[in-house]
Design a protein around this ligand. Structure first.
Ligand code: SF4
Ligand code: SF4
Length: 160
């Protein structure tokens, strides 16, 4: 008798579990995406790696103040520059950012006085070697090109 009761309980529990599974299979919308063929449309304000923004003429907006380099808590921004002999203005030679160590805190974007750096929705960073994750200014500019100004929370949408 006890065995029969245990078998009935097991069958009942299985039926309850399967009813939940079948309800989700047949009546609930699918929420799983077939990554990487399908991707989430990341919302505004998403914090992927920082990117560099350009003006309408495609020129980097960076004024080489170096504040982002100084404020970065993990020291992953490296800026090199020289002073133009004629204009005496600073000219940006190199802007490297080690995306492998970025903790996406957003301080670099927050401190920038020129809206020249912003957090992007770029989050797919997989590479075969870490050195590929050191992004130079051309790569950072390319990622930031579709958007001129930060839209929310210092973030930009890169549209891919
Ligand atoms: S988001 Fe934070 S950790 Fe990443 S580069 Fe900017 S300041 Fe550094
Ligand atoms: S804070 Fe902005 S303007 Fe200053 S060096 Fe960084 S990106 Fe350029």
């Amino acid at each position: 008798m006890k065995t029969l009761r245990m078998m009935a309980t097991a069958l009942w529990n299985t039926a309850v579990g399967m009813s939940v599974t079948i309800k989700h299979m047949l009546f609930r919308p699918r929420i799983t995406l077939q990554y990487p063929d399908e991707r989430h449309n990341m919302p505004a304000g998403t914090r992927g790696i920082p990117v560099l923004l350009s003006d309408d003429n495609g020129v980097l907006k960076c004024i080489v103040c170096e504040l982002c380099e100084k404020i970065c808590p993990v020291h992953i921004i490296e800026i090199r520059w020289h002073r133009d002999d004629q204009t005496r203005k600073k000219v940006l030679d190199e802007f490297n950012l080690d995306a492998s160590r970025c903790m996406l805190c957003g301080l670099c974007a927050e401190v920038c006085p020129a809206e020249a750096i912003a957090m992007s929705d770029h989050y797919e960073l997989a590479e075969y070697d870490l050195s590929s994750l050191v992004y130079d200014k051309e790569k950072l500019q390319q990622l930031g090109r579709p958007q001129k100004t930060p839209i929310i929370n210092y973030g930009v949408k890169t549209e891919g």
